[in-house]
Design a protein around this ligand. Sequence first.
Ligand SMILES: Cc1cc2nc3c(=O)[nH]c(=O)nc-3n(C[C@H](O)[C@H](O)[C@H](O)COP(=O)(O)OP(=O)(O)OC[C@H]3O[C@@H](n4cnc5c(N)ncnc54)[C@H](O)[C@@H]3O)c2cc1C
Length: 431
Amino acid sequence: MSNGAILNADVLVCGGGLAGTMAAVAAARHGANVLLVERYGFLGGNATAGAVAQFNSWQTANGRPVIAGLASEVVERLGRYGAAGEHQTFVMSTGHKMDRVEYAPEILKLVLDDMITEAGVRPLLHANLLRVSSANRRIEAVEVLTKSGVMTINPRVLIDSSGDLDALHRAGARFLELEENESLQPATMMFRFGPIDFDRFHALAPAELAALARKGFESGELARAALHASRDPFSDDGWFNISRLAIDATDAMALGRAEIEGRRQAWRAAGYLKAHVPGCERGQLRSFATQVGVRETRRIEGDHVLSAEDLLQPVQLDDAIAAGAYPIDIHPAAGGGLDYRGLGEDHAYQIPYHSLIPVSFNNALVAGRGISATHTALAAIRVMTISMAVGQAAGTAAAMAARAVASAASVRGVPVGELRATLLRDGAVLR
Ligand SMILES: Cc1cc2nc3c(=O)[nH]c(=O)nc-3n(C[C@H](O)[C@H](O)[C@H](O)COP(=O)(O)OP(=O)(O)OC[C@H]3O[C@@H](n4cnc5c(N)ncnc54)[C@H](O)[C@@H]3O)c2cc1C
């Protein structure tokens, strides 16, 4: 393949994070010819490059499952490699209950490789989105910069799952703005620290851990008042989420500075762990995530803008394509705490298909953390379980849209009843 190559795809998925990878797998399993573009040499996004290391919120507080389908398959496949922990419920420092599955980010790369390979997805790795052209509300061509030079892809349907929605941004789509009193959630440099004596570490009561975290924040050693670790399934190491970097990650200069500052904050936090936190005395900082994890950047303006009210007072939606039960969890750009609004015992909400459809285009969908949602609603639906469920729905819908004659592939023409029935057959939970 050389500079100037032109490729065709029924479905072009831009961004191989968890949302994009699930979208690509779902579309390919439903018969589409799928190309998956990713800037790194591996898939997973925040889940691997960002080393987030735990999938949160599979169920309501009283244990009703709200996530399954491809997301459960990912965990099952991680389990076959020995790389996933048990499904567990724990009490957070806020006093709320939360469930999670811890996993090894490096092995998740292998699982995602397996899934796209078996589904027949064509990966185009080490490829950066460059230019996107459109006409008559349709994406016509996507140019990517690769090792072989610039390559052009002509998709029937495009899914932008690049997190920052670089493809739709380059295409000139409309985006939602922050309200006056809102700011982007900060980014975080995850770091691996160990060995930890987890018997002692986990014996700390939530209030003790919270007090230690507060002390570290007040002394300036911790950038946020948190000391929460995801355990590596293979060792006595943990991944810590402590740094706090208030940036717009679509600003190239700010992103570079945040990588450097993130490593500095992580180093200081590791020193605090070793000096003050029971169970961490023998530990040391072992590695940084490949890049700072990014919680929030662009949000698309879609046919439906999902709001906090939609999540807090849910009604049954005719176009629900996924469900979730993760609470509203805003990491403020300043200060050490969280703005956390827990949900009731059996409280789940739905994600509507129309929040995946950009108002600006007829042959494009969004999957993952860029879907059409207010800043507050995004703070709930951004987690990886929901990103995977939404990705599966986006891929399934895109394959259905791509089946129409080439000139007519329209995401608004997808029969939503059929889409929902297909997702249910494929194991998804929609309420
Ligand atoms: C620090 C942190 C902690 C978190 N903690 C949790 C947690 O405990 N539990 C949980 O479930 N969720 C957690 N989340 C949320 C969750 O990780 C993300 O919201 C989720 O992974 C988003 O997935 P995504 O696929 O939409 O986007 P991303 O993971 O951002 O994936 C986007 C993909 O697109 C690629 N890409 C971007 N731009 C381009 C381009 N121009 N060209 C080509 N490729 C491109 C990227 O490399 C990446 O692979 C956390 C997030 C962060 C940042």
